[in-house]
Design a protein around this ligand. Structure first.
Ligand SMILES: NC(=O)c1ccc[n+]([C@@H]2O[C@H](COP(=O)([O-])OP(=O)(O)OC[C@H]3O[C@@H](n4cnc5c(N)ncnc54)[C@H](O)[C@@H]3O)[C@@H](O)[C@H]2O)c1
Length: 345
């Protein structure tokens, strides 16, 4: 049985809690023991803990409650802690968790720079504990399918790939904790907070690019690069990713269009379609690419399974998460310099 505590019961934290509650209901050997949030209104029920992602509501009143991570670590018998706090708190908090002898799940992005990421990796190694970062696309059936057919060359070599994600976030009626998401030093801007999903996916599929060039627009005054067009240079194909965390009024969405020598694969409006060179278009069977259609469930269950079985999280290694931070750091330099081509590899 893994006894787990959660730190940060905001929008994403409340969804993680709902996933653990589902796992507990299903009899998976995990038990939520305690939750921690500096904002007491997240704990006493006066602020809704409704997740913005799935409408699931974690029941915080059922658990021991803390407003300070150190106190939770000192007072509770925990095997693991899930960090779902604002990004600028990830590194120091994860290092504390690992140094206290607990395994650590931590949301993406791993941290705001490579040094902070390395400190997390060092703490995990020193204490012999599992560290995993929540790069959920690696547990998303449609993206796992894309990874599989790309690696196997099912439709030949990849000729071009483009990715996008974005949607309106209401920072007036539903702000992040102290507006950290739209504060550059705290969230890193759109490149770190949201586009990193696709940046990690691009590295996962194709490895490091030769160079990158990013044009960005800052919309929220204290933020950075809330709208971006990122070009990745590989010697054999152009790769592109668009992200927009402002998108006034537009519902959140994501997708990709990847063309190969003998077919094209598109993920659009939550439907994956394969257009083979010969034959009819079809939607592939994704049943072997993830246990459920909920990537967060698949991801958290995978982390817990690695802990239970003493296995390293091969599907999402912390070193790879650090490389994603390194890539978006280079992208930020490019965007800060009007799209300057940055030699990467
Ligand atoms: N994987 C995904 O798809 C996804 C989606 C959304 C957010 N995230 C990530 O999840 C993390 C949290 O994002 P969010 O949208 O839930 O933010 P949020 O602002 O809604 O929630 C953060 C919570 O942390 C709490 N907090 C702040 N300081 C704290 C402290 N010192 N100790 C304990 N709690 C503290 C806040 O009170 C708040 O409840 C971020 O790293 C974000 O990038 C990931």
């Amino acid at each position: 049985m893994i006894k787990i505590g959660l730190s940060g019961i905001g929008r994403m934290g409340s969804y993680h809690l709902a996933v653990y509650e589902r796992l507990m209901k299903e009899g998976f050997p995990v038990k939520v023991v305690a939750v921690c949030d500096v904002d007491t209104s997240r704990l006493d029920g006066s602020k809704s803990t409704l997740s913005n992602l799935a409408g699931e509501k974690g029941n915080v009143s059922a658990y021991k409650q803390y407003t300070d991570l150190d106190e939770m670590l000192a007072n509770e018998e925990l095997d693991a802690v899930d960090i779902i706090m604002p990004t600028y708190l990830h590194s120091a908090s994860a290092v504390k968790v690992l140094n206290s002898g607990r395994h650590c799940m931590c949301e993406k992005p791993m941290a705001l720079n490579e040094e902070q990421c390395q400190a997390m990796i060092d703490a995990a190694e020193k204490n012999g504990k599992t560290l995993m970062i929540g790069h959920c696309l690696r547990f998303w059936k449609e993206y796992a399918y894309l990874k599989d057919i790309t690696e196997k060359g099912v439709y030949g070599a990849c000729l071009k790939a483009s990715f996008w994600r974005g949607g309106y976030q209401d920072h007036v009626n539903s702000p992040s904790w102290q507006d950290w998401i739209i504060t550059r030093e705290k969230g890193g801007g759109g490149l770190f907070d949201q586009h990193i999903h696709d940046a990690d996916c691009i590295r996962w599929l194709f490895g490091d690019p030769e160079s990158v060039s990013v044009f960005g627009k800052t919309v929220h005054p204290k933020s950075a690069h809330d709208i971006v067009n990122a070009n990745y240079v590989y010697d054999d194909k152009p790769v592109f990713a668009h992200d927009d965390i402002t998108y006034m009024g537009y519902p959140f969405g994501y997708g990709f269009n990847v063309s190969f020598e003998h077919g094209t694969v598109e993920y659009k409006d939550n439907v994956l379609t394969v257009y083979p060179e010969a034959g009819e278009k079809f939607t592939p069977d994704l049943s072997s690419y993830g246990e459920t259609t909920d990537a967060y469930y698949n991801e958290l269950k995978y982390f817990l399974t690695c802990v239970l079985e003493g296995k390293t999280p091969e599907k999402c290694m912390p070193y790879e998460s650090m490389q994603a931070v390194k890539l978006v750091t280079a992208e930020t330099v490019s965007a800060d310099n009007g799209g300057k081509m940055i030699q990467y590899k």
